[in-house]
Design a protein around this ligand. Structure first.
Ligand SMILES: [Zn+2]
Length: 351
């Protein structure tokens, strides 16, 4: 309800105020974060969370908008030019999805623009999808095969808390699955693995993670010959906020080495899985040779306090359907501003 009211309020404001004009005048810098790039039907079939995909057509429209309002540039330039004459934009893609090669790469080539893709090196090596998406896709598939009551029952057995939720159709079942995924992110790995094992067994699906969703080194190399750069998103997509320093150092070192070895370039960019950090990571990133750390705090670069906690703005098909709200959030208008991740330790580093 609130989001509906917000959307119509934003549309009303845009009728009165030329928001593109305001963005042009501000000359701020924005780094956008995308995830999967795919057709709406495929996103529906795979049960992808609405904030994590965009269609190639919508991506093209967004690029056209950026070119009209300002200039698209690479991540080095946008981070170094502190007083641009027009708004600057940069594109980043998280997780290293194969659909970035299949669906985003043709768009990027057509516009001849730079982009930065963050890889999870263990996923590239093994070709295995992340457990989060594995659960969502398998749940969605089995919903189509078995129907609501059977899949809902499997969920209830493994996750009794879900009995309290209203799960009455495909949409509410998928919403429940995404809520369960969020809960599973907060528990110990062995407990999570046990949950997944018993849920998959009841659901009647393979326990092994799905293959064919992650970029291969061959595709990455082909993309790197154009204007696409690559950064690290850890080796195993671990959440740094709750990890021990030793584990973080290992993940940083290994992922950086692997990408450098394959692409024969130094890797200076890192992106926080789930956009989460505690504030202790900046020093670890610097010690591992990463100049830049990218977060997801939905702010322009004028709000950035450190090159190891660079804010980006999350965009998706859903967000761009409500472009006025997105523009108001980019302008940091109260009520439209998105949530900023608060670290438990404050970080003050020199730029
Ligand atoms: Zn990620």
């Amino acid at each position: 309800m609130l989001s509906k009211a917000k959307k119509s309020l934003a549309a009303g404001i845009e009728k009165l105020i030329d928001l593109d004009g305001v963005i042009k005048k501000r000359c701020d810098r924005y780094i956008f974060c995308y995830h999967r790039v795919m057709a709406a039907e495929q996103a529906r079939q795979e049960g992808i969370h609405p904030s994590l995909w965009i269609s190639p057509e919508r991506l093209s429209c967004h690029i056209e908008w950026m070119k009209n309002v300002g200039e698209i540039t690479d991540y080095h330039h946008i981070l170094e030019d502190h007083q641009p004459k027009k708004p600057l934009f940069a594109l980043t893609f998280d997780d290293g999805w194969k659909d970035n090669y299949l669906n985003a790469f043709p768009v990027i080539k057509r516009y001849e623009i730079p982009a930065l893709v963050f890889l999870v090196t263990n996923a590239v090596e093994t070709g295995q999808i992340f457990w989060t998406e594995d659960i969502a896709i398998k749940s969605q598939r089995q919903f189509s095969v078995l129907g609501l009551s059977k899949v809902r029952e499997s969920l209830f057995v493994c996750f009794p808390e879900a009995k309290k939720w209203r799960i009455e159709n495909e949409l509410s079942f998928l919403a429940a699955i995404h809520m369960v995924i969020e809960k599973l992110k907060t528990i110990a790995t062995c407990d999570r693995d046990n949950f997944i094992k018993s849920y998959y067994s009841l659901l009647g699906v393979e326990p092994f993670p799905l293959q064919g969703y992650i970029l291969s080194w061959t595709e990455i190399k082909e993309m790197s010959r154009f204007k696409i750069s690559f950064g690290s998103h850890t080796n195993k997509h671990i959440i740094l906020e709750t990890a021990q320093n030793g584990q973080i150092e290992d993940e940083l070192k290994l992922s950086k080495e692997m990408i450098s070895e394959h692409l024969h370039v130094d890797i200076d960019a890192f992106c926080y899985p789930n956009g989460r950090y505690s504030g202790k990571e900046g020093a670890l990133l610097a010690a591992s040779g990463f100049k830049y750390g990218f977060c997801l705090d939905n702010q322009p670069l004028s709000c950035s306090r450190s090159n190891h906690y660079i804010p980006r703005v999350l965009v998706s098909e859903q967000k761009l359907c409500d472009a006025a709200s997105l523009k108001l959030s980019m302008l940091q208008v109260p009520f439209f501003k998105y949530k900023v991740h608060r670290s438990s330790v404050d970080h003050h580093e020199d730029r």
